[in-house]
Design a binder for this molecule. Structure first.
Ligand SMILES: [Fe+2]
Ligand SMILES: [Fe+2]
Length: 141
């Protein structure tokens, strides 16, 4: 079972962001599969770290685009990324303390999955529209 099917992932009008989201989805689904299979803790540790590194790259990439394009709602979007950075730090700490696969799986199913779709449909979409307009829909900032 995958956590999020690729076809369910909302698309935004800036291709670079879609590519970053697709990459993250693949890593997230691999992590989720390992949780479902009840893989060893060391395997989950590695996949969780890979996912957390990818989230940081994803958020930093968008923040860089927003700064370069002088996005009007930078503070709002950046603030939401920071909130999730903190949340994920706490999730990792809980996992290291409790080693509870169900708790970690529940977080991805009940919190992260609905969050990422909602975030892409709202803040990421508005950001992508702004960037696409500035870029004339082509090229790389
Ligand atoms: Fe995003
Ligand atoms: Fe975002």
């Amino acid at each position: 079972m995958v956590l999020i099917d690729e076809r369910e992932l909302p698309r935004v009008p800036y291709q670079g962001m879609n590519m970053v989201h697709e990459r993250e989805l693949k890593i997230l689904n691999r992590l989720y599969a390992a949780l479902e299979e009840g893989q060893e803790e060391s395997v989950i540790d590695e996949l969780l770290d890979e996912f957390l590194r990818d989230v940081e790259e994803h958020f930093s990439y968008e923040e860089d685009l927003m700064r370069k394009s002088h996005f009007f709602a930078y503070e709002c979007h950046h603030g939401e990324h920071n909130r999730v950075r903190e949340e994920l730090r706490a999730v990792k700490e809980r996992w290291q303390k409790n080693r509870d696969i169900k708790e970690l799986k529940d977080y991805f199913e009940k919190v992260f999955k609905p969050w990422i779709s909602e975030h892409i449909l709202t803040m990421d979409t508005v950001t992508a529209q702004w960037i696409a307009r500035i870029m004339g829909g082509i090229g790389v900032l």
